[in-house]
Design a protein around this ligand. Structure first.
Ligand code: HEC
Length: 150
């Protein structure tokens, strides 16, 4: 029985060791100021602290993003997050797309779905306060109003 447990631990350790060699995409595309979202300092600060790790090209990759299998989850969230919404490329979006994304952003914030709870569990400071929520919602509503006036 003891030997079986020992063997199990060794197999597990070897497995964890081996999966570390699976390549993980952990790159940040080159910074391009032209694509960057133009928002008020308040809005920018909140986005940077609560959304940028998954929705920008300026991801700060934490230590745990280097350890498989957690690294696979993190890399996947960043990949999917950037595809859905990338504040480093926001300025290149057509107005129609900006409006659509602004609506989605407001919805996700109101429903408390973003930033992802699994993320705020570790990054407590990324949790949005009520004030931060209303600052974001006001700003993303205002860009839609501007669009309607155009
Ligand atoms: C830990 C990574 C992470 C963080 C931090 C994060 N997101 Fe996301 N977000 C994702 C992923 C992954 C998706 C795509 C899958 C999904 O919709 O759940 C997504 C999708 C979205 C979408 C599209 C939802 C839809 O309708 O499909 C919006 C809008 C969004 N996020 C807004 C935000 C905002 C605003 C913040 C900051 C306040 C934020 N996210 C923070 C990972 C993140």
């Amino acid at each position: 029985m003891r030997n079986k447990i020992k063997l199990g631990i060794i197999v597990f350790a070897v497995l964890i060791f081996v999966i570390q060699f699976v390549p993980v995409e952990r790159d940040n595309p080159e910074f391009n100021a032209a694509g960057e979202i133009q928002a008020t300092v308040d809005v920018k600060t909140i986005l940077k602290s609560s959304c940028y790790d998954c929705h920008s090209n300026e991801t700060v990759w934490p230590l745990y993003s280097y350890i498989a299998p957690v690294s696979w989850l993190v890399a996947n969230d960043v990949k999917e997050g950037r595809r859905e919404l990338n504040f480093s490329e926001w300025n290149t979006y057509e107005q129609k797309k900006k409006n659509k994304k602004a609506e989605e952003i407001k919805e996700e914030i109101l429903e408390g779905k973003m930033p992802m709870p699994i993320y705020t569990y570790i990054h407590q400071d990324a949790k949005l306060t009520d004030l931060q929520k209303s600052i974001l919602i006001d700003w993303f509503s205002s860009i839609n109003l501007n669009a309607a006036a155009e």
